[in-house]
Write a protein of this length. Structure first.
Length: 161
């Protein structure tokens, strides 16, 4: 398995997984490799910038809080979930949110700035979380910055014990 850093003609960068270099070339020739952002099939290997260690540069963006009360309201309209399953999902979500909170630094409204500084190597790589607008998040992704949106329950935002 080969992981390649790719770039479309609009300059979006993304990662592609291929069986081999040859496999990549043949898929590009048949226009099977497309940019996940704009669908462009004029994809080539990214030549600039050294390979980034994305595993260390995860920068979760945290969207506005979704309180458990809101979550319940949302699920009321849809098909009723088995309460056990719902509870298991809630536990898994809380667990994941706690992991993120424990392993990231809260940079609040400076999220977009910090994510860029980390991405461009101006500061040491670390996990950060904070607030960003959908527009900012899109711009960050277009610059090749890895981020995920994750609603964090309000009660978990208090300092960890
Ligand atoms: Zn693109």
């Amino acid at each position: 398995m080969k992981v390649l850093d790719l770039q479309c003609s609009a300059g979006h960068t993304f990662e592609g997984w291929f069986g081999s270099e040859q496999n990549f070339v043949s898929q590009v020739q048949r226009a099977l490799v497309q940019c996940p952002l704009c669908g462009d099939a004029a994809v080539q290997k990214k030549l600039s910038a050294p390979r980034l260690n994305l595993s260390g540069a995860k920068a979760p963006a945290v969207s506005p809080p979704l309180s458990p009360a809101n979550a319940d309201a949302v699920s009321e309209g849809g098909p009723a979930l088995n309460p056990e399953l719902q509870n298991a999902l809630h536990q898994a979500w809380v667990h994941m949110a706690k992991q993120v909170l424990a392993n990231t630094e809260d940079v609040g409204d400076r999220f977009a700035d910090e994510a860029r500084r980390i991405h461009y190597g101006e500061v040491a790589e670390r996990g950060i979380r904070g607030k960003t607008t959908p527009t900012e998040a899109r711009e960050l992704m277009e610059e090749g910055i890895d981020l995920v949106a994750l609603p964090i329950p309000e009660h978990l935002k208090k300092p960890l014990q």
